[in-house]
Design a protein around this ligand. Structure first.
Ligand code: ADP
Length: 616
């Protein structure tokens, strides 16, 4: 290096988060280390796509060039280099895109890695957009030489520990070359046999020729354009792993050749497992869009509704122009038509699974049910179809088993007016709720909705097949417990209600006699015109300012506790004990409702009661 060049070398320190990530990559990822090559080739392919796209849409830009990826091995020097003739990088790119971790997905990845101490499968890396750094699994020194058309040549170097440097370089063709100096135990990645095998396995469907020496290693073909019958299952699975960067086989696929108002081919897949960042994945790159066989973007997710965000694959259409941006597609009637066709086809495929393969559908719903539920809220037009796809546990199912709304309605009692549901934080909490007592006694089924998506979707589904949906945690249910147990007489009941009302004041909206309780002394419900209490809690969690409505406390006037309180009152001079009992009943109901904020007074009182109860 000349004096002058050395002068221009700039050293940068990795930020703490980045260092942590690098440490984890170097020390925790063991299995499938070869995926570093898939990641580098995939980056090269992205860069080539960008360059080709630029050429196609902006004819003034630069001379013609061959779009290709070249892999060079040197088994003496123990290096492997991946070179592309793509878009190249500027100094800013090197700092902002290579030197820094960008997406929130990366933090999710860190969390995922730190969750278990087991060796982590490097395959996971594809899901989180930190591909380039997987090089440091196999290399102790990495160089990037890069040139962007009309820019200056740059050289980036790092050992993946604390720092990296950027200097001027001598790469004189537009594109990027990444060179890895392999670690002792990763030497086989300098061997042709091994590298050829890895490319075949992971990168066979890359859209540009990949040369290893003089040989082209991959076979380029647009699988989705072929007639369905001409693709083998094996090819399709390999293609899935390539587009979705997954290592497992997909759960199912859908191959479409659509002709008519719009024309397109699509090869879509449902993964077999929900990724850890399913709901947090902002920069989604699940749907690859091609225009007449030319790759446009890998983030055409606006062609699917949000509640189908688990679908991966390719859509290729001649009806959208090459330079179609996200903004344009969002407004284009062609894109809208593609979206509605894809949506209908995917939903009808899911309905086919329901009919033909219930266990496959159950696997699907377990993984992606929460996502699909969002459709109940966002897409009114598909509501009936979506409702038929829903699965919920109920008081009549056991463990993780579920029922359907159809089955529920078929099993309704003759005089039963409504479909009843209970929202809760967990299935266990739901099963414990005192609000179920009367339903259990009468053998009426109640849907137990413990998924957080249920709280935001179900209160919006007002009816199914003409039956209204009702929360059992709301006042005004026209259902009576019809117990044989004796209620307090009328005047004593009035005294009891008055006593609770005075003591609890404006903490609650009202105190009323319960028709739904059998064994428990009291429960909290929402007023008849209020929101379901669980839904309210979800709203509060999302918006601190949100003011919920006050609850109604229902008392079980057949319960011995109520009778005792009235008897104490008759004795006179027992105010302290009565007050403690009322407070304890109220806070016990809050506790079961999941809304007791401060448990210490509750526990203190309980201790006092226990002292009394254990006194000889
Ligand atoms: P991802 O590819 O998931 O974005 P990476 O860490 O692999 O994450 O790459 C980070 C960024 O660096 C890329 O998004 C791209 O902008 C840039 N980059 C990486 N490799 C290349 C390349 N060969 N040519 C041009 N840019 C590249």
């Amino acid at each position: 290096m000349s004096e002058e060049k050395q002068h221009t070398t700039q050293e940068f320190e990795y930020r703490a988060e980045m260092r942590q990530l690098l440490h984890l990559i170097i020390h925790s990822l063991y299995t499938h280390q070869e995926i570093f090559l898939r990641e580098l080739i995939s980056n090269a392919s992205d860069a080539l796509n960008k360059a080709r796209f630029q050429k196609l849409t902006d004819h003034t830009s630069g001379p013609e060039r061959d779009f290709k990826i070249t892999i060079t091995l040197d088994s003496d020097a123990n290096t492997i280099a991946v070179e592309d003739t793509g878009i190249g990088m500027t100094r800013e790119d090197l700092v902002e895109r290579i030197g820094t971790i960008a997406s929130s997905g990366t933090l999710a990845f860190l969390e995922e890695l730190q969750k278990n101490d087991k060796p982590v499968d490097a395959n996971l890396i594809g899901q989180f957009g930190v591909g380039f750094y997987s090089s440091f699994m196999v290399a102790d020194q990495v160089e990037i030489e890069t040139l962007q058309e009309g820019g200056t040549s740059l050289k980036w170097t790092s050992d993946g520990l604390g720092t990296y440097t950027i200097a001027s370089g001598d790469h004189n063709v537009a594109g990027t070359k990444v060179t890895l100096h392999l670690k002792e135990d990763a030497k086989d990645f300098a061997s042709e046999y091994r590298v050829r095998e890895v490319i075949r396995k992971y990168s066979n469907f890359v859209d540009f020729p990949i040369y290893l020496g003089k040989d082209q290693v991959n076979t380029i073909k647009a699988l989705w354009k072929k007639p369905k019958g001409e693709i083998t299952g094996e090819e399709r699975r390999e293609f899935y792993k390539f587009v979705a960067r997954d290592y497992e086989d997909p759960l199912g696929h859908l191959h479409l050749h659509i002709e008519g108002l719009v024309n397109f081919d699509a090869l879509l897949f449902v993964p077999s497992r929900a990724p850890a960042n399913l709901f947090r994945d902002e920069a989604r790159r699940h749907l690859h869009l091609y225009s007449s066989g030319v790759f446009i973007r890998d983030d055409a997710d606006e062609l699917l509704p949000d509640y189908l965000r688990f679908v991966r694959g390719v859509v290729d259409t001649e009806d959208l122009p090459l330079n179609v941006s996200r903004e344009v597609t969002q407004k284009s009637p062609v894109a809208a038509k593609i979206k509605s066709t894809l949506t209908s086809k995917i939903l009808s495929q899911l309905s086919d699974w329901v009919k033909d393969d219930t266990s496959l559908y159950a696997r699907f719903f377990k993984e992606f049910g929460p996502v699909l539920k969002a459709g109940l809220w966002s897409e009114f037009a598909k509501r009936d179809e979506l409702l038929a796809l829903m699965r919920y546990p109920s008081t009549l199912t056991e463990g993780e088993a579920t029922t359907t709304l159809k089955k529920y309605v078929d099993g309704m009692q003759e005089d039963q007016e409504a479909i009843y549901y209970l929202l809760a934080d967990s299935l266990e909490a739901a099963r414990r709720s005192p609000n179920l007592e009367v339903f259990r006694r009468k053998g009426i089924e109640v849907l137990l909705l413990a998924d957080s998506m249920d709280a935001v979707t179900i209160p919006n589904v007002h009816e199914y097949e003409g039956k209204s949906l009702k929360s059992v945690a709301q006042a005004g249910l026209d259902i009576e417990s019809e117990t044989n147990a004796e209620h307090l007489p009328g005047d004593e009941t009035d005294d009891l209600l008055a006593l609770f009302r005075v003591q609890l004041g404006d903490k609650i909206q009202d105190v009323v006699i319960s028709k739904r309780l059998v064994d428990s002394p009291a429960t909290l419900v929402a007023p008849a015109d209020g929101m379901d209490p669980h839904f309210e809690r979800v709203m509060k969690a999302m918006n601190k300012e949100f003011e919920g409505s006050k609850k109604v406390l229902e008392l079980n006037t057949t319960h011995p506790l109520m009778k005792n309180i009235i008897a104490l009152k008759a004795k006179g001079d027992q105010d302290t004990r009565i007050k403690a009992a009322v407070a304890q009943i109220y806070e016990g109901a809050l506790l079961l409702d999941g809304t007791l904020e401060e448990p210490s007074a509750f526990v203190e009182r309980m201790t006092r009661f226990m002292v009394e109860a254990t006194q000889d």
